[in-house]
Design a protein around this ligand. Structure first.
Ligand code: CMX
Length: 440
């Protein structure tokens, strides 16, 4: 058994026993009641899932096993000469609840390199697709195409007992995460670099190797951006659409390939992960319309108002849970301050942050007028030369694998059952209201 799997089992066994006792003793205690607004309103705020890897607070933002993003940037191990955290360290933290040592992270980097061979048929499948296929479609299909290698599916067919589910889920998750940078870089190079692929360098860490395989910028700063990017996009508790989809599909005992491919399809929606491409598209449309990359505040204000009047959302702003600027936005703004000077698109992102919130606030209906994670990421990528914005959500997806698959290992260890919430008809709701009125 490898060192991470062993450590996971040591942590998981006592927690599983504690949960069993907790549910036995307090199972009838109510944490939440759903209102009719919640039933019709996308199930906001209904506590209905356990997600061990991270927790979202509306005011404070995300914490991973109790660590905020600024704390993670301090505490996680770093590559030599780099100030940014290694995403490998975050995966370790999410899985076992401990900040790993540098040696443990080095082990994980090497372990993922060892597991990173992509089956030839996954590349062949990608090559059979038109290069114009949206990168997220290619990514989800590539993940699914590797399901042929699923250890979970194979062992299940052989009669694997319930207690062994987590082990198989762990093995698949480790293999899948290890392969994602190669798959994603392959999609990038075939779609935007005439199919001129760049070989993997197993001496580099997971994020830096991904950065070099993308081939857009060979500076150390771009590797640093990738390390930070892959860390901060990894997890946002369990209710967001990509995490919840991965969790739901996994609850049927579909293997990690099926589950994560499902999660990617949710991430590909413009209200979720695709917002990162929409932000840059929207900014480019503005600069083109205005004929300048240095608009005045009044010009930006008018463009925002035009967007709203035409019935569209301002991409990168608003959130279903957060009620403050997203700390993931702030981390990227800080990165920009430190590493980037004099980039007009980065300056526009700062300008939008000044101009947009009061406008959204003035509408009176938007619960969160502040920027989310997607408001900043594109500008950083543009700075380093990645202008092909339809690829941006793939980067988000590579990172998201870390959180949802670590959480998936926990779900299989804790024996979470098939997810099956209750739905009702409007007829049912109307009858319910009538009955309540009659009893008052
Ligand atoms: N621009 C314009 N209108 C917005 C808005 C925005 N950025 N954010 C919310 N609204 C609108 C909603 O569409 C809704 O309008 P209607 O009542 O007319 O339907 C109203 O304000 C209330 O919405 P809310 O309760 O504040 O927000 P929701 O929880 O329903 O939606 C989200 C959250 C993210 C879908 C929404 O804020 C949005 O569409 N933002 C723009 C897209 C975006 O950036 N998504 C990325 C989110 C982060 C991520 O998952 O990656």
């Amino acid at each position: 058994m490898d060192i991470l799997k062993k450590k996971f089992e040591e942590k998981a066994a006592p927690l599983a026993a504690e949960i069993k006792a907790l549910v036995k003793e307090h199972g009838e205690m109510q944490i939440d009641n759903a209102t009719i607004s919640q039933i019709y309103g996308g199930m906001r705020d209904i506590t209905s899932m356990v997600w061990e890897t991270s927790l979202l607070d509306a005011q404070e933002g995300i914490s991973f096993r109790g660590y905020s993003i600024p704390q993670l940037r301090e505490a996680l191990p770093k590559a030599e000469g780099s100030k940014e955290p290694l995403p490998e360290g975050l995966f370790w933290l999410m899985l076992v609840g401990e900040i790993p040592t540098s040696e443990e992270v080095a082990w994980l980097t090497a372990e993922w390199a060892r597991r990173s061979t992509v089956p030839a048929h996954a590349y062949a499948m990608l090559d059979s697709m038109p290069t114009s296929t949206h990168p997220m479609t290619q990514f989800s299909m590539a993940v699914l195409s590797m399901q042929t290698d699923s250890i979970f599916a194979r062992r299940y067919a052989e009669g694997m007992p319930k207690a062994a589910y987590w082990d198989a889920f762990y093995e698949d998750s480790m293999n899948l995460i290890a392969r994602l940078p190669k798959i994603a870089a392959y999609i990038y190079r075939r779609s935007f670099a005439a199919g001129q692929h760049i070989a993997s360098d197993d001496n580099l860490d997971w994020g830096a190797n991904f950065a070099q395989m993308l081939g857009v910028n060979d500076s150390a700063d771009f590797s640093n951006l990738m390390r930070l990017y892959l860390t901060i996009h990894a997890d946002h508790e369990g209710g967001n659409a990509s995490a919840h989809t991965t969790h739901l599909v996994g609850s049927t005992l579909s293997d990690p390939y099926y589950s994560f491919s499902g999660g990617l399809n949710a991430l590909a929606g413009p209200l979720h992960g695709l917002a990162n491409q929409e932000v840059i598209k929207w900014i480019f449309e503005m600069t083109e319309k205005l004929g300048t990359t240095r608009p005045t505040d009044a010009q930006v204000e008018q463009y925002v108002k035009d967007t709203l009047t035409s019935g569209k959302v301002v991409p990168g702003y608003g959130h279903a849970v957060l009620r403050k600027p997203d700390p993931r936005f702030t981390a990227q703004a800080e990165f920009a301050k430190e590493y980037i000077q004099g980039n007009d698109i980065v300056d526009i992102v700062t300008q939008i942050f000044r101009v947009v919130p009061p406008i959204l606030q003035s509408l009176g209906k938007i619960k969160n007028p502040w920027p989310n994670v997607d408001a900043h990421s594109g500008a950083l990528l543009i700075h380093f030369g990645m202008k092909d914005y339809s690829f941006y959500t793939v980067l988000f997806g590579v990172s998201r694998a870390l959180g949802v698959l670590a959480a998936g290992v926990w779900s299989r260890y804790l024996g979470f059952p098939l997810e099956r919430p209750k739905s009702v008809t409007t007829e049912f709701v109307k009858n319910f209201i009538a009955q309540q009125k009659a009893t008052v």
